[in-house]
Design a protein around this ligand. Structure first.
Ligand SMILES: Nc1nc2c(c(=O)[nH]1)N[C@H]1C(S)=C(S)[C@@H](COP(=O)(O)OP(=O)(O)OC[C@H]3O[C@@H](n4cnc5c(=O)[nH]c(N)nc54)[C@H](O)[C@@H]3O)O[C@H]1N2
Ligand SMILES: Nc1nc2c(c(=O)[nH]1)N[C@H]1C(S)=C(S)[C@@H](COP(=O)(O)OP(=O)(O)OC[C@H]3O[C@@H](n4cnc5c(=O)[nH]c(N)nc54)[C@H](O)[C@@H]3O)O[C@H]1N2
Ligand code: SF4
Ligand SMILES: [Mo]
Length: 701
């Protein structure tokens, strides 16, 4: 037996851990964290250990499959036929009904694959439909919109300087389970221990006493959806008590001051349940800290006032002097900079609107909450063909069960995915790319959101099969073949250019982009140091230069959010006997997939509805029983788990469950549980268009 070790990378979550894989007789026999990796420092979680399970999973698609529309049966076909079929289907729809008749959904794993980042964007661009949707609008849209409006670029997202902060104020995030988000922070538990050892504190606001809340110095229960009240009251306290630090390049302070007058700590208490004295004390502590940072994630992004929250969090950091400052909220200096180099657009909002509900686009995408109605509402511009790229919107987006029904009715559907899942089962053709162990990787997204500046290039661990295609090759072929079939096609010259551009491999592009950067990092240097190059801690003093607003100024009070304050004030609070639903993540889950690996699904069940014992008793329900949960859109039945880790008046379901047990679906589909998104409501939106997945009114009986 021959054993050798190879370096790999985990692309399952934002922590991008470096791996050491042991290969015996051509198969992975062990996966460990790489201690030499300057960012992840040897960290790994149970999912990282399972990464090779996906590679060998017999259910993972390796060849294109086609569904017989009559019998419903799937059969493998060859690549050429599959790519032609998809190009035919897409082009026929566009030729007959126009560009917008094609809908596209881009799922989360796109940002975790280099080839999707470099070539998927190109494919989507040439298809030129306005009916573009992605996981962004069930996730971080408020962050991007506020970054666009306040700092001038949708990706100018400040990252907590976790390694040097002394006061970490967390709203609606559970990094102990999620390993951090919009904050690439491998080894959060160790970094937190270091923070505490320095005498620092972590203060958590969450309706659930999560793994993170349990290791915090302070945890405060907060009513779902009420965070904006607390955050604005903290800004109120800072401005009332002063002194506040307002950089010379910030504008709109008077508007902020006027707007937060109403948001007193007492009103915040009434709305949120957080005592006014705590709101005041924590605002003061953040201001007094030697390097403090406020941070909010999924719990306050996928929320009816997500934009107000993200904007208030930015304000807290700015007014306490903690933006662009050591221990505060800082901007990264990545070796490949997506900002300011034209690689990613600065963003726009509301330039055009969706056909049915008139919802605003952001950065060229519509809220995915509008997807179903655009498929089912007849008329000019109706979506008649759908392309999903690494996505499972049936489980991931609001009112998923009805989306499921709608997808059964489209004229043509294709998916680029490694699995047959609840969404891709409606496709006519599924095109599966190579597994992540077969692809080169450089992380274009998460180095730029990491708590330390590093760069790393990871060559594929295994050579790909002769008869397999990388995602970038699939995207290239789909773009070229579809464009060639369009009646209204670009000029020959433009098509030749497209062919040349899409012909450059992602790795070659990385070499070119690195050479363009200013950090001196080259692909050659990265190849010589595969564990990764350390470019040092985050750097302060990048502002105002790094701002992408036209005059390099921070806009403290964008009109859009000022206008939204009225909606906050007028939204009634839930009554004492009402229940609202929130979501959660567990360490061994990965959004809507990875339930196929035994390694992650064995052990204690975690699909249950969390409910406070008093709320159960008040309804004469018992722990462990099957309960009926109803929202405006649907009813599901699920087991309940009594726990006082959840606050009264709140119930919680994990996100990504509810796997279908249809024949042909993945083997571990017997994983119990329901989809939380069968209950969430596409009508509940933040001003940005992000789905308000959290705080859905429900009844339980
Ligand atoms: N209620 C509620 N809903 C939520 C959330 C919540 O907290 N609560 N969270 C939201 C968030 S933050 C997100 S990001 C979305 C995620 O939701 P989606 O965008 O649907 O993404 P995933 O569930 O991560 O993955 C979708 C599919 O990608 C496929 N896949 C995995 N790797 C690859 C690959 O390398 N290539 C290809 N082509 N396909 C691959 C898998 O088969 C999987 O089925 O869900 C959102 N929905
Ligand atoms: N293990 C694991 N890790 C993951 C993922 C996964 O599926 N599994 N998914 C990845 C993805 S795509 C993302 S986007 C990140 C998300 O990363 P996080 O945001 O850290 O993860 P969540 O567990 O969704 O944390 C949201 C928290 O918000 C709380 N919450 C809900 N509603 C409210 C509210 O109204 N106010 C407040 N203050 N809190 C609220 C919930 O109780 C929950 O604890 O995780 C990534 N990492
Ligand atoms: S923390 Fe994230 S990146 Fe690291 S091993 Fe786990 S899933 Fe992979
Ligand atoms: Mo996400």
């Amino acid at each position: 037996m021959t054993a050798e070790t190879r370096l790999g990378v985990c692309n399952l979550c934002e922590a991008i851990c470096g791996l050491v894989l042991t290969i015996e007789d051509g198969a992975v026999s062990s996966v460990r964290g790489n201690p030499d990796d300057p960012l992840s420092r040897g960290h790994i979680c149970p999912k990282g250990v399972a990464i090779a399970d996906v590679h060998v999973d017999p259910d993972r698609l390796r060849r294109p499959v086609r569904r017989d529309r009559v019998s419903g049966e799937w059969r493998e076909i060859d690549w050429d036929e599959a790519l032609d079929l998809v190009a035919d289907g897409l082009a026929a729809t566009i030729n007959q009904h126009g560009r917008d008749a094609l809908g596209i959904y881009l799922g989360n794993p796109n940002v975790h694959s280099l080839g999707s980042m470099t070539h998927g964007v190109g494919l989507v661009k040439v298809l030129r439909t306005r009916n573009k949707f992605s996981a962004t609008s069930v996730d971080q849209l408020p962050h991007q919109l506020m970054a666009h409006l306040m700092f001038g670029h949708q990706l100018l997202l400040p990252v907590p300087d976790i390694d040097r902060t002394s006061y970490f104020l967390v709203f609606g995030a559970n990094p102990m389970a999620s390993n951090g988000s919009l904050m690439t922070v491998p080894d959060f538990p160790q970094r937190l221990r270091e923070l505490k050892k320095r005498g620092g504190q972590m203060v958590v606001f969450d309706p659930c006493r999560t793994e993170t809340a349990k290791v915090a110095t302070e945890h405060h229960f907060i009513r779902p959806g009420s965070d904006a009240w607390v955050l604005l009251a903290m800004v109120h306290v800072l401005l009332r008590e002063g002194p506040t630090t307002v950089p010379s390049y910030a504008e709109g302070l008077a508007d902020v001051d006027r707007a937060v007058q109403f948001f007193t700590p007492e009103r915040a208490e009434a709305a949120s349940g957080v005592p006014a004295s705590d709101v005041e004390r924590i605002a003061r502590n953040l201001a007094a800290a030697d390097g403090g940072v406020a941070y909010g994630r999924v719990g306050v992004s996928t929320h009816a006032f997500g934009s107000l929250c993200q904007r208030a969090i930015n304000l807290l950091n700015i007014l306490t002097g903690n933006l662009d400052s050591v221990g505060g909220a800082m901007f990264t200096s990545p070796a490949i900079d997506l900002i300011g180099t034209g690689l990613a657009g600065r963003g726009h909002h509301g330039v055009w609107r969706s056909r049915v509900r008139g919802l605003p686009e952001t950065g060229g995408e519509f809220p995915v909450s509008a997807l179903r109605e655009e498929v089912t509402t007849a008329g000019e511009g109706q979506i008649r063909a759908l392309l999903t790229l690494s996505g499972n919107p049936v489980l991931s987006t609001p009112d998923g069960a009805r989306l499921d029904q709608a997808l059964a009715g489209v004229d043509f559907m294709a998916a680029v995915d490694i699995y047959l899942n609840e969404t891709t089962r409606h496709a006519d053709v599924i095109l599966p790319p190579t597994s992540s162990l077969e692809r080169d990787h450089y992380d274009l997204v998460f180095h730029a959101l990491a708590v330390r500046n590093t760069a790393r290039f990871t060559p594929a661990v295994f050579a790909k099969d002769k008869d397999a295609l990388h995602d970038w090759q699939i995207y290239r072929e789909l773009a070229l073949r579809t464009v060639a079939r369009l009646e209204d096609k670009p000029s020959l010259k433009a098509r030749l250019l497209l062919r040349a551009r899409l012909g450059v491999s992602p790795t070659r592009l990385i070499a070119l982009l690195l050479a363009r950067g200013r950090t001196g990092v080259t692909l050659k240097k990265l190849r010589a140091r595969p564990a990764g190059l350390d470019l040092g801690p985050l750097r302060p003093g990048l502002l105002p230069h790094r701002l992408q607003t036209r005059d390099h100024r921070i806009v403290l009070a964008p009109l859009l959010v000022l206008d939204d304050l009225r909606r906050l004030i007028e939204t009634p609070l839930p009554g004492a006997d009402e229940l609202v639903l929130i979501g959660r993540r567990h360490q061994q889950d990965c959004n809507s997939w990875l339930h196929n690996t035994q390694r992650l699904t064995r052990g204690k069940a975690r699909h249950q509805l969390f409910m406070h014992p008093d709320d159960l008793a008040g309804r004469s329900l018992t722990d462990g029983s099957l309960v009926t949960v109803s929202s405006r859109v649907a009813t599901v039945r699920v087991e309940v788990l009594a726990t006082d880790d959840i606050m009264r008046g709140v119930v919680s379901l994990p996100h990504g469950y509810g796997h279908t047990t249809n024949p042909g679906m993945q083997t571990a589909a017997e994983v119990p549980g329901v989809s939380i998104n069968d209950l969430t409501d596409p009508e509940r939106l933040d001003i940005s268009g992000n789905a308000a997945l959290s705080g859905v009114p429900v009844t339980v009986s």
